[in-house]
Design a protein around this ligand. Structure first.
Ligand code: ADP
Ligand code: MG
Length: 347
Protein backbone atom coordinates (compact mmCIF):
# COMPACT_ATOMS: atom_id res chain seq x y z
CA UNK A 1 0.00 0.00 0.00
CA UNK A 2 1.43 3.32 -1.10
CA UNK A 3 0.46 6.95 -0.62
CA UNK A 4 1.33 9.49 -3.30
CA UNK A 5 2.02 13.17 -2.69
CA UNK A 6 2.52 15.81 -5.38
CA UNK A 7 4.22 18.90 -4.03
CA UNK A 8 4.28 22.11 -6.09
CA UNK A 9 4.66 19.87 -9.13
CA UNK A 10 5.34 21.96 -12.23
CA UNK A 11 6.17 21.14 -15.84
CA UNK A 12 6.87 23.67 -18.55
CA UNK A 13 7.29 23.03 -22.28
CA UNK A 14 8.91 26.05 -23.94
CA UNK A 15 6.20 28.69 -23.47
CA UNK A 16 3.44 26.42 -22.09
CA UNK A 17 3.07 25.62 -18.38
CA UNK A 18 1.39 22.22 -18.74
CA UNK A 19 1.20 21.64 -14.96
CA UNK A 20 1.41 24.56 -12.57
CA UNK A 21 2.33 24.08 -8.87
CA UNK A 22 0.13 21.05 -8.34
CA UNK A 23 -0.36 20.01 -4.70
CA UNK A 24 -2.22 16.76 -4.05
CA UNK A 25 -2.24 13.93 -1.53
CA UNK A 26 -3.51 10.52 -2.57
CA UNK A 27 -4.12 8.09 0.26
CA UNK A 28 -2.90 4.55 0.18
CA UNK A 29 -5.49 2.40 -1.61
CA UNK A 30 -7.47 5.38 -2.86
CA UNK A 31 -8.81 5.78 -6.41
CA UNK A 32 -8.41 9.38 -7.55
CA UNK A 33 -9.67 10.65 -10.91
CA UNK A 34 -7.73 13.40 -12.69
CA UNK A 35 -10.48 15.20 -14.55
CA UNK A 36 -10.42 18.11 -16.97
CA UNK A 37 -10.74 19.09 -20.63
CA UNK A 38 -8.20 17.99 -23.21
CA UNK A 39 -4.86 19.75 -22.75
CA UNK A 40 -5.30 20.60 -19.06
CA UNK A 41 -2.20 18.64 -18.00
CA UNK A 42 -3.55 15.23 -16.92
CA UNK A 43 -1.20 13.06 -19.00
CA UNK A 44 1.79 15.27 -18.19
CA UNK A 45 1.08 14.76 -14.47
CA UNK A 46 0.82 10.97 -14.88
CA UNK A 47 4.08 10.86 -16.81
CA UNK A 48 5.82 12.70 -13.97
CA UNK A 49 4.43 10.17 -11.48
CA UNK A 50 5.70 7.20 -13.53
CA UNK A 51 9.02 8.83 -14.30
CA UNK A 52 8.54 9.07 -18.07
CA UNK A 53 8.97 12.83 -17.67
CA UNK A 54 11.01 14.97 -15.28
CA UNK A 55 9.29 17.86 -13.50
CA UNK A 56 10.57 21.40 -14.12
CA UNK A 57 10.22 21.88 -10.35
CA UNK A 58 8.42 20.38 -7.40
CA UNK A 59 8.36 16.87 -6.04
CA UNK A 60 6.63 13.48 -6.21
CA UNK A 61 6.62 11.37 -3.03
CA UNK A 62 5.69 7.71 -2.58
CA UNK A 63 5.13 6.89 1.10
CA UNK A 64 6.70 10.23 2.08
CA UNK A 65 9.92 9.57 0.13
CA UNK A 66 10.85 11.62 -2.93
CA UNK A 67 11.09 9.43 -6.04
CA UNK A 68 11.92 12.10 -8.61
CA UNK A 69 15.45 10.75 -9.06
CA UNK A 70 14.34 7.09 -8.98
CA UNK A 71 14.25 5.51 -12.50
CA UNK A 72 10.85 4.49 -13.89
CA UNK A 73 11.37 0.73 -13.59
CA UNK A 74 12.26 1.04 -9.88
CA UNK A 75 9.25 3.19 -8.88
CA UNK A 76 6.67 0.43 -8.96
CA UNK A 77 4.16 2.62 -10.83
CA UNK A 78 2.63 1.18 -13.99
CA UNK A 79 0.62 2.98 -16.65
CA UNK A 80 -2.20 1.76 -18.89
CA UNK A 81 -2.87 3.86 -21.96
CA UNK A 82 -5.88 4.73 -24.09
CA UNK A 83 -4.52 2.64 -26.94
CA UNK A 84 -3.63 -0.86 -25.83
CA UNK A 85 -0.08 -1.57 -26.91
CA UNK A 86 -0.12 -5.35 -26.89
CA UNK A 87 2.51 -7.28 -28.81
CA UNK A 88 0.54 -8.68 -31.78
CA UNK A 89 2.73 -11.72 -32.57
CA UNK A 90 2.91 -13.32 -29.12
CA UNK A 91 0.10 -14.93 -27.12
CA UNK A 92 -2.12 -13.22 -24.56
CA UNK A 93 -0.36 -15.20 -21.82
CA UNK A 94 3.06 -13.99 -22.99
CA UNK A 95 1.75 -10.43 -23.18
CA UNK A 96 0.46 -10.57 -19.62
CA UNK A 97 3.63 -12.29 -18.37
CA UNK A 98 5.95 -9.79 -20.05
CA UNK A 99 6.80 -7.81 -16.91
CA UNK A 100 7.41 -11.01 -14.94
CA UNK A 101 9.83 -12.29 -17.59
CA UNK A 102 11.75 -9.01 -17.26
CA UNK A 103 11.91 -9.69 -13.50
CA UNK A 104 13.17 -13.23 -14.23
CA UNK A 105 10.29 -14.85 -12.34
CA UNK A 106 10.43 -18.66 -12.81
CA UNK A 107 8.10 -20.25 -15.38
CA UNK A 108 5.73 -22.06 -13.00
CA UNK A 109 5.18 -19.01 -10.79
CA UNK A 110 4.75 -16.87 -13.91
CA UNK A 111 2.07 -19.16 -15.37
CA UNK A 112 0.24 -19.17 -12.05
CA UNK A 113 0.21 -15.38 -11.75
CA UNK A 114 -0.76 -14.90 -15.42
CA UNK A 115 -3.78 -17.22 -15.02
CA UNK A 116 -4.73 -15.49 -11.81
CA UNK A 117 -4.70 -12.08 -13.51
CA UNK A 118 -6.62 -13.29 -16.58
CA UNK A 119 -9.24 -14.62 -14.22
CA UNK A 120 -9.37 -11.29 -12.38
CA UNK A 121 -10.05 -9.39 -15.64
CA UNK A 122 -12.66 -11.99 -16.60
CA UNK A 123 -10.67 -13.62 -19.42
CA UNK A 124 -9.99 -17.04 -17.89
CA UNK A 125 -8.26 -19.49 -20.24
CA UNK A 126 -7.31 -16.84 -22.81
CA UNK A 127 -3.56 -17.56 -22.43
CA UNK A 128 -3.05 -19.00 -25.92
CA UNK A 129 -5.02 -16.48 -27.97
CA UNK A 130 -3.26 -13.81 -30.00
CA UNK A 131 -3.89 -10.13 -29.36
CA UNK A 132 -5.38 -9.58 -32.84
CA UNK A 133 -8.03 -12.23 -32.10
CA UNK A 134 -9.45 -10.10 -29.27
CA UNK A 135 -12.06 -7.32 -29.30
CA UNK A 136 -11.09 -3.80 -28.21
CA UNK A 137 -12.55 -4.33 -24.74
CA UNK A 138 -10.75 -7.66 -24.33
CA UNK A 139 -7.46 -6.11 -25.42
CA UNK A 140 -7.91 -3.38 -22.84
CA UNK A 141 -8.51 -6.02 -20.16
CA UNK A 142 -5.32 -7.83 -21.21
CA UNK A 143 -3.46 -4.51 -20.92
CA UNK A 144 -4.89 -4.13 -17.40
CA UNK A 145 -3.83 -7.69 -16.45
CA UNK A 146 -0.35 -7.04 -17.83
CA UNK A 147 -0.05 -3.92 -15.66
CA UNK A 148 -1.35 -5.63 -12.51
CA UNK A 149 0.61 -8.88 -12.77
CA UNK A 150 3.81 -7.24 -11.47
CA UNK A 151 1.99 -6.13 -8.28
CA UNK A 152 2.62 -2.42 -8.79
CA UNK A 153 2.46 0.01 -5.89
CA UNK A 154 0.59 2.57 -7.98
CA UNK A 155 -1.66 2.02 -11.00
CA UNK A 156 -2.00 4.88 -13.49
CA UNK A 157 -4.74 4.68 -16.10
CA UNK A 158 -4.69 7.28 -18.89
CA UNK A 159 -8.17 7.43 -20.44
CA UNK A 160 -8.20 3.63 -20.75
CA UNK A 161 -11.85 3.47 -21.81
CA UNK A 162 -11.95 6.36 -24.28
CA UNK A 163 -11.79 4.06 -27.34
CA UNK A 164 -14.60 1.75 -26.21
CA UNK A 165 -18.30 2.04 -27.02
CA UNK A 166 -20.74 3.20 -24.35
CA UNK A 167 -21.96 -0.19 -23.05
CA UNK A 168 -18.49 -1.67 -22.87
CA UNK A 169 -17.23 1.44 -21.12
CA UNK A 170 -19.82 1.00 -18.40
CA UNK A 171 -18.89 -2.65 -17.94
CA UNK A 172 -15.17 -1.83 -17.82
CA UNK A 173 -15.72 0.91 -15.24
CA UNK A 174 -17.35 -1.61 -12.95
CA UNK A 175 -14.56 -4.11 -13.53
CA UNK A 176 -11.85 -1.54 -12.80
CA UNK A 177 -13.60 -0.41 -9.62
CA UNK A 178 -14.03 -4.03 -8.51
CA UNK A 179 -10.38 -4.95 -9.15
CA UNK A 180 -9.11 -1.76 -7.55
CA UNK A 181 -11.08 -2.47 -4.36
CA UNK A 182 -10.13 -6.14 -4.38
CA UNK A 183 -6.40 -5.40 -4.65
CA UNK A 184 -6.52 -2.15 -2.63
CA UNK A 185 -4.10 -0.61 -5.09
CA UNK A 186 -3.50 3.15 -5.10
CA UNK A 187 -4.88 4.27 -8.47
CA UNK A 188 -5.03 7.40 -10.58
CA UNK A 189 -7.62 7.32 -13.35
CA UNK A 190 -7.42 10.04 -16.00
CA UNK A 191 -10.57 11.04 -17.85
CA UNK A 192 -12.18 14.07 -19.49
CA UNK A 193 -15.63 12.57 -18.80
CA UNK A 194 -17.18 13.95 -15.62
CA UNK A 195 -19.67 11.11 -15.32
CA UNK A 196 -16.91 8.51 -15.51
CA UNK A 197 -14.95 10.31 -12.77
CA UNK A 198 -18.02 10.47 -10.54
CA UNK A 199 -18.82 6.78 -10.97
CA UNK A 200 -15.29 5.57 -10.31
CA UNK A 201 -13.44 7.84 -7.97
CA UNK A 202 -13.13 8.20 -4.22
CA UNK A 203 -11.96 11.74 -4.90
CA UNK A 204 -11.72 13.87 -8.04
CA UNK A 205 -8.94 16.33 -8.87
CA UNK A 206 -10.37 18.78 -11.41
CA UNK A 207 -7.80 20.70 -13.47
CA UNK A 208 -8.09 23.57 -15.94
CA UNK A 209 -5.06 24.90 -17.84
CA UNK A 210 -2.58 23.02 -15.66
CA UNK A 211 -4.05 24.41 -12.44
CA UNK A 212 -5.91 22.34 -9.83
CA UNK A 213 -9.39 23.83 -9.34
CA UNK A 214 -10.89 21.54 -6.72
CA UNK A 215 -9.92 18.28 -5.01
CA UNK A 216 -12.89 16.71 -3.33
CA UNK A 217 -15.34 13.81 -3.11
CA UNK A 218 -17.62 13.54 -6.19
CA UNK A 219 -20.72 14.93 -4.42
CA UNK A 220 -18.92 18.19 -3.62
CA UNK A 221 -18.59 19.03 -7.33
CA UNK A 222 -22.38 19.04 -7.54
CA UNK A 223 -23.27 20.60 -4.19
CA UNK A 224 -20.26 22.82 -3.46
CA UNK A 225 -18.37 23.73 -6.66
CA UNK A 226 -15.49 26.14 -6.08
CA UNK A 227 -16.20 28.45 -9.02
CA UNK A 228 -18.58 29.26 -11.87
CA UNK A 229 -16.28 27.34 -14.22
CA UNK A 230 -16.31 24.23 -12.03
CA UNK A 231 -20.12 24.43 -11.75
CA UNK A 232 -20.32 24.73 -15.56
CA UNK A 233 -18.09 21.67 -16.06
CA UNK A 234 -20.59 19.74 -13.91
CA UNK A 235 -23.49 21.04 -16.03
CA UNK A 236 -24.83 23.78 -13.80
CA UNK A 237 -25.14 27.26 -15.33
CA UNK A 238 -27.92 28.54 -13.07
CA UNK A 239 -26.69 31.88 -11.71
CA UNK A 240 -28.25 34.89 -10.01
CA UNK A 241 -26.28 37.89 -8.78
CA UNK A 242 -26.70 39.18 -5.22
CA UNK A 243 -25.19 40.60 -2.06
CA UNK A 244 -24.69 38.38 0.95
CA UNK A 245 -25.35 39.73 4.45
CA UNK A 246 -25.14 36.97 7.05
CA UNK A 247 -27.80 34.36 6.39
CA UNK A 248 -29.49 36.40 3.65
CA UNK A 249 -28.76 37.29 0.05
CA UNK A 250 -30.36 40.35 -1.52
CA UNK A 251 -31.15 39.79 -5.20
CA UNK A 252 -33.11 41.58 -7.93
CA UNK A 253 -35.94 39.12 -7.16
CA UNK A 254 -36.01 39.70 -3.40
CA UNK A 255 -34.23 38.44 -0.31
CA UNK A 256 -33.25 34.76 -0.10
CA UNK A 257 -32.55 32.87 3.11
CA UNK A 258 -29.39 30.78 2.96
CA UNK A 259 -27.79 28.14 5.12
CA UNK A 260 -24.92 30.33 6.33
CA UNK A 261 -22.85 27.57 7.94
CA UNK A 262 -22.60 25.72 4.63
CA UNK A 263 -21.13 28.59 2.62
CA UNK A 264 -17.49 29.40 1.87
CA UNK A 265 -18.04 32.93 0.52
CA UNK A 266 -18.03 35.90 2.90
CA UNK A 267 -20.46 38.85 2.96
CA UNK A 268 -20.50 41.01 -0.18
CA UNK A 269 -21.04 40.38 -3.88
CA UNK A 270 -21.90 36.73 -4.67
CA UNK A 271 -23.51 34.55 -7.29
CA UNK A 272 -26.40 32.38 -6.10
CA UNK A 273 -26.70 28.96 -7.70
CA UNK A 274 -29.10 26.04 -7.37
CA UNK A 275 -28.58 22.87 -9.42
CA UNK A 276 -31.12 22.00 -12.19
CA UNK A 277 -32.42 19.02 -10.20
CA UNK A 278 -32.81 21.02 -6.96
CA UNK A 279 -35.05 23.89 -8.09
CA UNK A 280 -38.70 23.37 -7.08
CA UNK A 281 -41.07 24.22 -9.97
CA UNK A 282 -44.26 23.57 -7.98
CA UNK A 283 -43.81 25.12 -4.51
CA UNK A 284 -46.58 25.51 -1.90
CA UNK A 285 -48.03 29.03 -1.94
CA UNK A 286 -46.57 29.76 1.53
CA UNK A 287 -43.10 28.27 0.88
CA UNK A 288 -40.06 30.48 1.53
CA UNK A 289 -37.40 31.51 -1.03
CA UNK A 290 -39.84 31.73 -3.95
CA UNK A 291 -38.95 33.94 -6.91
CA UNK A 292 -40.59 34.91 -10.18
CA UNK A 293 -39.41 33.30 -13.42
CA UNK A 294 -40.65 32.95 -17.00
CA UNK A 295 -40.84 29.73 -19.00
CA UNK A 296 -38.71 29.93 -22.16
CA UNK A 297 -38.82 26.34 -23.36
CA UNK A 298 -39.71 22.89 -22.16
CA UNK A 299 -38.59 19.56 -23.53
CA UNK A 300 -40.06 16.22 -22.52
CA UNK A 301 -37.17 13.84 -21.75
CA UNK A 302 -39.06 10.67 -20.82
CA UNK A 303 -37.97 10.43 -17.20
CA UNK A 304 -38.28 14.18 -16.59
CA UNK A 305 -39.02 17.49 -18.30
CA UNK A 306 -36.22 19.91 -19.02
CA UNK A 307 -37.46 23.44 -18.47
CA UNK A 308 -35.61 26.55 -19.57
CA UNK A 309 -36.46 29.61 -17.50
CA UNK A 310 -35.68 33.30 -17.49
CA UNK A 311 -34.62 34.19 -13.94
CA UNK A 312 -33.94 37.93 -13.67
CA UNK A 313 -32.41 37.97 -17.13
CA UNK A 314 -30.36 34.77 -16.66
CA UNK A 315 -31.23 31.55 -18.46
CA UNK A 316 -31.70 28.69 -16.02
CA UNK A 317 -32.17 25.01 -16.76
CA UNK A 318 -34.42 23.09 -14.36
CA UNK A 319 -35.49 19.44 -14.25
CA UNK A 320 -39.23 19.15 -13.69
CA UNK A 321 -41.25 15.97 -13.24
CA UNK A 322 -42.20 14.07 -16.42
CA UNK A 323 -45.77 15.42 -16.22
CA UNK A 324 -44.76 19.06 -15.63
CA UNK A 325 -46.85 21.35 -17.86
CA UNK A 326 -46.46 25.07 -18.49
CA UNK A 327 -46.92 27.32 -21.47
CA UNK A 328 -43.94 29.06 -23.02
CA UNK A 329 -44.00 32.72 -21.98
CA UNK A 330 -45.96 31.99 -18.78
CA UNK A 331 -44.71 33.53 -15.54
CA UNK A 332 -44.19 30.93 -12.79
CA UNK A 333 -43.12 30.97 -9.17
CA UNK A 334 -40.16 28.73 -8.42
CA UNK A 335 -38.59 27.87 -5.09
CA UNK A 336 -34.85 27.91 -4.39
CA UNK A 337 -34.75 25.59 -1.37
CA UNK A 338 -32.61 27.08 1.40
CA UNK A 339 -30.43 23.96 1.96
CA UNK A 340 -29.74 23.74 -1.79
CA UNK A 341 -28.51 27.29 -2.31
CA UNK A 342 -24.77 27.51 -2.90
CA UNK A 343 -22.87 30.77 -3.18
CA UNK A 344 -20.13 31.17 -5.79
CA UNK A 345 -17.49 33.88 -6.02
CA UNK A 346 -18.04 36.56 -8.66
CA UNK A 347 -15.27 35.79 -11.15
P1 ADP B 1 -4.23 16.27 -21.17
O1 ADP B 1 -3.65 14.91 -20.92
O2 ADP B 1 -4.97 16.82 -19.99
O3 ADP B 1 -5.05 16.33 -22.41
P2 ADP B 1 -1.44 17.03 -21.59
O4 ADP B 1 -0.83 16.78 -20.25
O5 ADP B 1 -1.21 16.01 -22.65
O6 ADP B 1 -2.99 17.30 -21.39
O7 ADP B 1 -0.94 18.43 -22.13
C1 ADP B 1 -0.94 19.60 -21.36
C2 ADP B 1 -0.34 20.75 -22.16
O8 ADP B 1 1.03 20.53 -22.37
C3 ADP B 1 -0.95 20.94 -23.54
O9 ADP B 1 -1.00 22.30 -23.83
C4 ADP B 1 0.04 20.22 -24.44
O10 ADP B 1 0.02 20.75 -25.74
C5 ADP B 1 1.36 20.50 -23.75
N1 ADP B 1 2.35 19.43 -23.96
C6 ADP B 1 2.26 18.16 -23.52
N2 ADP B 1 3.36 17.44 -23.87
C7 ADP B 1 4.16 18.28 -24.57
C8 ADP B 1 5.44 18.15 -25.20
N3 ADP B 1 6.12 17.00 -25.17
N4 ADP B 1 5.96 19.24 -25.81
C9 ADP B 1 5.28 20.42 -25.82
N5 ADP B 1 4.08 20.62 -25.25
C10 ADP B 1 3.52 19.57 -24.62
MG1 MG C 1 -4.00 13.12 -22.03
Amino acid sequence: MTSVVLRDLTRRFENVTAVDRLNLEINSGELVAFLGPSGCGKTTTLRMITGLLLPSSGDVLFDDRSIVTVPTEKRGAVMVFQKHLLFPTISVGQNVGFGLRMQKVEKKEMDRRVSEMLELVKLPGFENRRAHQLSGGQQQRVALARALVVHPKVLLLDEPLANLDANLRLEMRELIRHIQRELGITTVFVTHDQEEAVMLADRIALMFDGVLQQYDVPQAFYQQPSSVRVAHFFRNDNLLGGTRRGDQVETALGVLQIDAARQRILDGAVLVTVRPEDVNLTPNPEAGNCVEAKVLLQVYMGTHTQVQLDVAGHTWLVHGTADFQARVGDPIRIQLPQPRIWLLPVS
